[in-house]
Design a protein around this ligand. Structure first.
Ligand code: TRP
Length: 447
């Protein structure tokens, strides 16, 4: 049998996992959720969710991936043959499709905004004009689709080049660049007049605002942001070689991801309050308020070019990982060539994107449960499929897997230390499943 592809270097592997984690989730979705859920209150719950739940699920996924050396469905078939556990894997593959559907739409917008920064299309004086600009662009039929198509094409070719040459190389190049750009923007933003108000909004918690809606939003955002709950890290884990320190890697990925989200918050909220804009504007926040802010700064077009380039890079390395979940599934389970598998994923993903993109225009009245298709895919994945997927991944690893096997895999057969192993198992078995169940029961109004 052919040996499974692995990442080349340790740095490359951490970068690829960080690349998956850091994305539109940190820079577009995080400020939007934080803005809508009360700022500081949300941030605290979010950090708790990421550092405890995100980390635990990520490590469980790494374990499942590396122990089985399989895609997200194959992994459950290998570790628990002839059981229902493979449903958790299917949940992941389906979630990957839905995420691909709305994520690529926003990625396409970032390309348009790079283009507009270069051609000076964002050079307007008022927020209203920028809002109109955004509205007429996103409700257009063809223009967003063109950018989504270009974005899908780029993703397609990176995924096609395979694990080492494509994913690893792209991430190693792009991730450090992203950090540099983000830090420059942070410095710029905190020097704006009134920046302190924005920082207060982000960092000063108002505990009265914490309710089950805030907790579910924070939990969903945490899982979304570190790419767990749907087998993405199972798939990447299957490419790890046996000498990788998985607990250490998980801690690095989660920490870097949280750092990027907070940095993005520091870029966005001071800029928002400095110009007297409301932070709770939803998906528009980044695309309307930020260009406005850039335009009021010296070299505005340059700043917005840099920012949207950053956003595109972040989106690309994440989307690659979502694409890879489905591609690896088709490649492993149906013995398809990578090329064929990737082509099927790109084409069907693009079809879903068309529906999501049109939901900002001609399909805006087509609603399911009161949500447009774009909103529905976002809601169903982040607030249902990822938390539930994460919960069952923990139950599986905590209750079904032999603890000796788990420990041997996580300590590389005893060659590295994992002092918190018992705490990890306790979280897997009890805390994560119980807390997530409570959040759902509460959210469904059963209390
Ligand atoms: N984590 C990425 C972001 O923050 C998005 C992402 C990539 C993702 N892979 C995932 C989300 C798997 C959920 C599951 O933008």
């Amino acid at each position: 049998m052919k040996q499974r592809a692995t990442f080349n270097t340790k740095l490359g592997l951490v970068m690829a996992s960080v690349g998956s984690a850091v994305g539109l989730g940190n820079i577009w979705r995080f400020p939007c959720e934080a803005g809508e859920n009360g700022g500081g209150a949300f941030l605290i719950v979010y950090i708790l969710c990421v550092m405890v739940f995100g980390l635990v699920v990520m490590l469980a996924e790494f374990f499942i991936g590396r122990a089985s050396q399989k895609d997200s469905v194959g992994a459950f078939k290998t570790l628990a043959p002839n059981t229902m556990w493979k449903i958790v894997g299917y949940n992941g593959v389906i979630a990957a499709f839905f995420i691909l559907g709305f994520y690529s739409v926003v990625s396409g917008w970032t390309l348009e905004y790079i283009y507009q920064s270069v051609t000076g299309g964002l050079k307007t004086d008022t927020v209203e004009q920028l809002a109109e600009n955004f509205g007429s662009f996103t409700s257009d039929i063809f223009r967003p689709l063109l950018w989504i198509f270009i974005f899908t094409l780029i993703t397609h070719f990176v995924v096609l080049s395979g694990v080492k040459k494509g994913i690893e190389r792209a991430s190693k190049l792009m991730m450090p660049l992203l950090f540099v750009i983000l830090i420059i923007l942070c410095i710029r933003s905190v020097m704006l007049p009134n920046a302190i108000e924005g920082l207060e909004f982000l960092f000063k918690p108002d505990f009265d605002k914490i309710d089950s809606k805030v907790i579910l939003s924070a939990l969903g955002q945490a899982f979304f942001s570190v790419s767990v709950g749907m087998g993405c890290m199972i798939t990447y884990g299957s490419y790890f070689n046996k000498s990788i320190n998985m607990p250490g890697t998980a801690v690095s990925v989660v920490t870097l991801d949280t750092l990027v989200a907070i940095l993005a918050g520091i870029v966005i909220f001071p800029a928002v309050t400095s110009f007297g804009i409301s932070p709770s504007q939803g998906p528009k926040l980044v695309f309307i308020t930020l260009p406005n802010i850039f335009q009021q700064m010296p070299f505005g077009n340059l700043w917005s070019f840099i920012f949207f380039l950053l956003l595109t890079i972040a989106a690309l390395t994440s989307i690659i990982s979502i694409h890879e979940v489905i591609t690896a599934y088709l490649h492993d389970q149906y013995k398809m060539s990578r090329r064929k598998a990737a082509t099927i994923v790109s084409l069907s993903g693009f079809t879903l994107c068309i529906v999501c993109s049109l939901s900002f225009g001609i399909l805006s009245d087509f609603k399911i449960f009161g949500l447009t298709t774009f909103e529905l895919f976002d809601y169903v994945t982040a607030k249902l499929m990822l938390p539930l997927g994460g919960m069952f991944i923990c139950i599986f690893t905590g209750w079904f897997i032999d603890k000796k096997v788990l420990k041997a895999e996580l300590t590389n057969n005893g060659t590295i230390k994992f002092a918190l192993f018992s705490a990890f198992v306790f979280l897997l078995k009890f805390i994560v499943p119980i807390v997530i169940s409570l959040v759902f029961i509460n959210e469904l109004g059963m209390f």
